[in-house]
Design a protein around this ligand. Structure first.
Ligand code: ATP
Ligand code: MG
Length: 310
């Protein structure tokens, strides 16, 4: 349905996106993952024909969107990362305003507004001004705007950032339903591995403008099939303890959290004795040491040397 061929985008000397190839087939939910500044929003602006690439082209149903952007614009819904709503207007008035931009009017506009409000769960709040909405409600309405013209393709840029768990689940379920019941093809961008893991058939992972992995969840996890993750928990983790691991020759990746260190090693490596010894040396009392099979988060850590979230 949508294909990016060798897309690059340069701002002055710096590439925000470098030689990116991507394919979205009809009916799929494709995930695009990457940390801050990876180039996700830039890639989205290009594939939505809002920004021209420095190099490459995007094909929508086989046609260049650089040459013919209208065919895409008519049937694509874009959910921007920044909420784009008029906060002094009500939910209903916002939908009315954006509906007119899509050339909807009269009974058709009313029908689409009712349907969208139902889909995003804001039917009973339709007459309220948006500035009184919670973050999650604003996010939902932001999605609603993109659904007004019944898009075939929905491109979502981090639609769940900074909202409560309930709204987040609501959005995830809405995305699922749109895909299953209305056969909407979806590109879903996120910082959150678990969302992408839950929703997406295929995943692309970006970092610093480059695609660093692509494939089904299973394929991506297989990148690490020769590795295991060891999770070490303690009441406090000291600098000296971490430093010992940093220079350890058998450790291929490390992620430090408040009371936990995860390290990645080859499957056959036995680290238990070393961990206990190093904890002793750093006068650290361990709570637990567990081995687990790699998650997508671990793959990310392995590929980039850092965790998905800062
Ligand atoms: N208009 C612009 N002018 C100059 N540099 C830009 C512009 N837009 C983006 N960049 C740079 O391009 C890089 C990629 O930015 P982009 O917003 O695409 O990342 P992102 O993956 O969406 O990040 P986030 O998760 O924070 O939204 C960043 O280094 C950013 O500073
Ligand atoms: Mg972004």
């Amino acid at each position: 349905m949508l294909e990016l061929v060798n897309i690059s985008k340069r701002f002055k000397q710096k590439y925000a996106v470098k030689s990116m190839n991507m394919l979205i087939e009809r009916g799929e939910i494709v995930g695009l993952l990457g940390p801050n500044g990876a180039g996700k929003s830039t890639a989205i602006s290009i594939m939505s024909s809002l920004v021209e690439p420095t190099e490459g082209d995007v094909y929508f149903k086989g046609q260049s969107i650089l040459k013919k952007p209208e065919s895409l614009r008519k049937v694509a819904g874009i959910v921007p990362q920044e909420i784009a709503l008029y906060t002094d207007l009500t939910a209903e008035e916002n939908l009315q305003f954006f509906g007119r931009i899509y050339h909807l009017k009269g009974a058709k506009l009313k029908e689409r507004m009712d349907d969208v409000l139902e889909t995003i769960g804001l039917t009973d709040r339709r007459k309220e001004v948006v500035k009184k909405f919670s973050g999650g409600m604003k996010r939902r309405l932001n999605i609603g705007v993109a659904l007004l013209h019944e898009p075939e393709l929905l491109i979502m840029d981090e639609p769940t950032v900074g909202i409560d768990a309930q709204s987040r689940n609501y959005i995830l379920e809405t995305v699922r339903r749109l895909n299953e019941e209305k056969n909407v093809t979806i590109l879903y961008t996120s910082h959150y591995m678990e969302e992408v893991e839950y929703l997406c058939d295929r995943i692309y992972i970006m970092d610093q403008g480059n695609l660093i992995a692509a494939g089904t969840k299973e394929e991506i996890k297989r990148i690490l099939s020769g590795e295991k993750t060891i999770v070490i928990k303690a009441d406090r983790i000291t600098e000296s303890f971490i430093n010992e691991f940093k220079t350890h020759p058998l450790i291929n990746g490390m992620n430090v959290e408040e009371k936990q260190v995860s390290i990645m090693v080859a499957k056959e490596v036995n680290m238990f004795a070393d961990i206990i010894k190093l904890a002793d040396k750093a006068s650290l009392e361990l709570n637990s040491v567990n081995v687990k099979t790699p998650t997508l988060e671990d793959v990310f850590l392995h590929l980039t040397g850092r965790a998905l979230r800062d």
